[in-house]
Design a binder for this molecule. Sequence first.
Ligand code: AMP
Length: 213
Amino acid sequence: MSSSQVIIALTKGRILDEVLPLFEQTDIIPLEDIKNSRKLIFDTNRDNIQLMVMRGSDVPTYVEFGSADMGVVGKDLLMEYGSEEFYEPLDLKLARCRLMTAEPTNPGPIQGRPKVATKFVNIAKKYFAEQGKQIELIKLNGALELAPAMGLADSIVDIVDTGNTLKANGLEPKELIAQISSRVIVNKASMKIKNTAIREILGKLREAVANNQ
Ligand code: AMP
């Protein structure tokens, strides 16, 4: 692969919807309709830039191991992944939300250690340890909001945007764990080897973010 060929791993879903217009502003435009294609890798109008689309939780892995040079992923998933094996040079300030604890609006009595359901087990473990709270973690991959109503957990740790999902399930947000937004990450070796190309992309993205504020 050429020393200026840059592969960028993008998170599909909500982040992709917000990131594609930003990329367009920086003149990185996929040659096909990324959102409706079944392909996973796309050429762009720029000969030396390709885009990959994947689940956000896989973006840090691709970038850490250098299969992608750069990535765009939510801070929640970066915190959960917990590696320092890549650079995180830019906050795109997109797909903003909050990582919070949430509890039933009318909580019942808690027996023994409180049970907390989440897919962010590493973040939750660290957070409650820092708070000096003894809890039992229950790992779920989705439908977290159901867990308290079904007696599986006393509270949850989840992403909150408007709070409507919590409210619809009889829950309310409690403690703020972190403000979340989409971040650019860069493989450490790529940053050295493909420095000119990556710096150019980062510079233009930084400018677009500033213009959008
Ligand atoms: P809301 O009802 O607006 O609070 O949205 C909450 C749900 O939407 C959560 O269960 C999240 O899974 C999802 N969500 C909201 N914002 C984001 C985001 N920026 N990134 C990923 N998921 C999000």
